[in-house]
Design a protein around this ligand. Sequence first.
Ligand code: SF4
Length: 351
Amino acid sequence: MTENQDLLYSIPVPLLDWYNIHKRVLPWRGTRDPYQVWVSEIMLQQTRVAAVMSYYLRWMEELPTVADLAAVNEEKLMKLWQGLGYYSRARNLRRAAQAIMADFGGVFPDRWEDILTLPGVGDYTAGAVASIAFGQPVPAVDGNVLRVAARVAGISGNILDPAVRKDIRARISAAMPPDRPGEFNQALMDLGATVCLPNGAPLCEDCPLAPLCEANRLHLQDKLPVREKKKSRRVEDLTVYLLLRDGTVALRKRPDTGLLAGLWEFPHTPGALAEDAAGSAVTAWGLTPLDWQKKLTARHVFTHVEWHMTGYVLSVRGENRDLFWANRAELEQLAVPSAFKKFLEEAKALL
Ligand code: SF4
C-alpha cells in the first residue's frame, strides 16, 4: 500500500454530490450563524447527535445570542447542560461568550486564528465555525474525518500521533474546494458518521468514494486507520534478599543476555512475598534464616518495565554455589545496577 494524496484531491466532487442528497437533517444544519454552529459543535464533543438535539433546541430558546450566554447565571447554565456531562464545556462556553463581548465588541470573530483563542475551542471547533459560518477554507478534522482520510488515501501512520494528525489535516486542507469549505467539512463528517463507520464495519457499497478508496481496493478497512496506544509499562513485583553472613553479603551474576546482562545483583524472587514465603525461598536456596533484621521497599523504572521491590535484610547460615559472598571491599568493586541502589547502600552500611 502506498499513501496517495491524489486520491484526496479526487474526493470533493463525488463527496459533495453525495452530500447534496444524503446530508443529515439536524437542527443546526442550514444555519451560518457562528453562535449556533459553535454551540452545536461544543455540545457534540463526546456526545451522540441524538442526545444533543433536544438540548440544543432548548438552549437556543433560552439563550439565543452570545450576549444572552455571556450574562447567564451559573444555576441556569448548569440546568441547561444537566445530563450532557463534562460540565466544563458549559462554563467554557460562557467564558468564551464573555470574551467575545469584552474583546470583540460582542461580534463573533470571523478569523480562524481569533476563534481559536476562545476558551474551550480547539483546532477542530475553530475549523468547523470558520468554514461553516464564514466560508473559510480551513479543515475541521475530528475522528470521523481522520478515519475517512486514512482509508481513502491509504495513510498507515498512527492517528493517535499528533504529527500524523497534523499531516492529515494539511492534506485535507490542500484538497479542500475553496468555494464550499463548510459543506466539504460537514460532508466528510457525515460520511464518517453514517457510511465509513469505525471498527472495520464501513458500508463501502453505499460510499461515493468507493471507486477511489485505497482501503476498499486493498480490503484494508479493518486495518485503517491505525490507532496504537503507547504501550504502558509492565509492572513486575520482586522480593529482594540482603543475605548477610559473617561480614559478607550475597550477590549473584545476571545472565549474559537480556536486561542488565552480566551485572551483579542481590538475589531475588518474583512477586511481593510476605516474610514467611520469603523465608521458604531462602530455605530453598539451602540457607537457614537466622535473624530477620529489616524490611525495605524500592522502585525502579526501566523503559518498558517497572520493578516494585520488597526487600528483606536477614542474616543466614549455609552455602549456595550460585551466590558470591562479598565483603565491603569486594562490594565496592562489583558492578551492581542502579535498580538495586537502595539495597546496595543498605548493604554497605551494614558491612
Ligand atoms: S469505500 Fe469504504 S473504507 Fe473507503 S471511504 Fe468509503 S466507506 Fe470508507
